[in-house]
Design a protein around this ligand. Structure first.
Ligand SMILES: NC(=O)c1ccc[n+]([C@@H]2O[C@H](COP(=O)([O-])OP(=O)(O)OC[C@H]3O[C@@H](n4cnc5c(N)ncnc54)[C@H](OP(=O)(O)O)[C@@H]3O)[C@@H](O)[C@H]2O)c1
Length: 243
């Protein structure tokens, strides 16, 4: 990499986000992570990369205050080269049990604040004339369907549409946007599933196992990189070949 690149990553405190953070730091990026908590794994990572990892504690449910928060943390003169929208919550239940409050909360975290962050990042990239890269972490549930995930999957479907159209809107300025469609991974989010549910999910994949977080993180790094200069407006599947 010629210059150190600044990346914003949401949800870097655990699960896939922590894996992506570790991968990007080892690849030489300067990373700003936004999440609510500071678990010891993230603390250790920060100690190891004290000059390259910056942790910003913020609740991404708080859509109304997000722009104000971002302006205090990221001056326009500091270029942002990439944005990885990873933070999300899964409110899973069957549709007949739909609860509006839970649904609205999930949409704020999974859809509205990522859109506001995209607005902020795009403006920074345009101001600094950066051919940046935006990556939204989506889910295979959008494409296959799972009982109990219709509401969650709808938030990821919204992101996929948003990503494709952002790519179309800003491609002329060299800015790329892609959705990375991840298969089921072993994280806290999937931790509530029973062994039976997990086995049924993994049996729907060609490789018959959980998707590797490292494989997803490596794809994120590729999409951020100039090597992916011609890849935009796509849904990239890293899902063990789910059917
Ligand atoms: N796990 C899977 O099987 C799977 C499959 C496909 C796609 N995905 C997607 O992959 C991404 C990562 O999921 P994961 O499995 O790693 O989930 P996870 O282990 O539950 O981690 C979620 C991350 O999001 C952050 N987050 C959640 N709510 C937040 C809020 N209100 N404000 C700020 N940060 C918040 C959490 O940080 P704090 O708690 O510190 O705030 C945490 O770092 C998500 O987009 C998910 O939809 C997951």
């Amino acid at each position: 990499m010629d210059i150190v690149k600044n990346i914003i990553l949401t949800g870097g405190s655990k699960g896939l986000g922590l894996e992506i953070a570790t991968y990007l730091l080892n690849s030489g990026y300067r990373l700003h992570v936004i999440n609510r908590s500071m678990p010891k794994e993230l603390e250790q990572l920060q100690k190891k990369h004290s000059d390259k990892l910056f942790v910003h504690l913020f609740d991404l449910e708080n859509a109304a205050e997000l722009l104000g928060f971002l302006k205090t943390k990221f001056p326009a003169s500091e270029p942002i080269h990439g944005f990885v929208n990873n933070a999300a919550l899964a409110y899973d239940d069957i549709v007949t049990n739909l609860n509006l409050e839970s649904l609205e909360k999930m949409y704020r975290v999974n859809v509205f604040t990522p859109m506001i962050l995209t607005k902020f990042v795009l403006r920074n990239m345009l101001y600094n004339k950066i051919s940046g890269s935006i990556i939204h972490i989506s889910s295979i549930s959008v494409h296959t369907g799972y009982k109990g995930l219709s509401m969650y999957a709808s938030t990821k479907g919204a992101l996929e549409a948003f990503s494709k159209n952002t790519a179309r809107e800003w491609g002329q300025r060299g800015i790329r946007s892609n959705a990375l469609v991840a298969g089921f991974m072993e994280t806290e989010m999937s931790g509530t599933l029973s062994d039976d549910q997990r086995n049924r999910i993994f049996n729907r994949t060609s490789l018959k196992k959980p998707t590797s977080k490292e494989s997803v993180a490596a794809m994120v790094e590729f999409l951020l990189n100039e090597k992916a200069a011609s890849v935009t407006g796509q849904n990239i599947f890293v899902d063990n070949g789910t059917i």
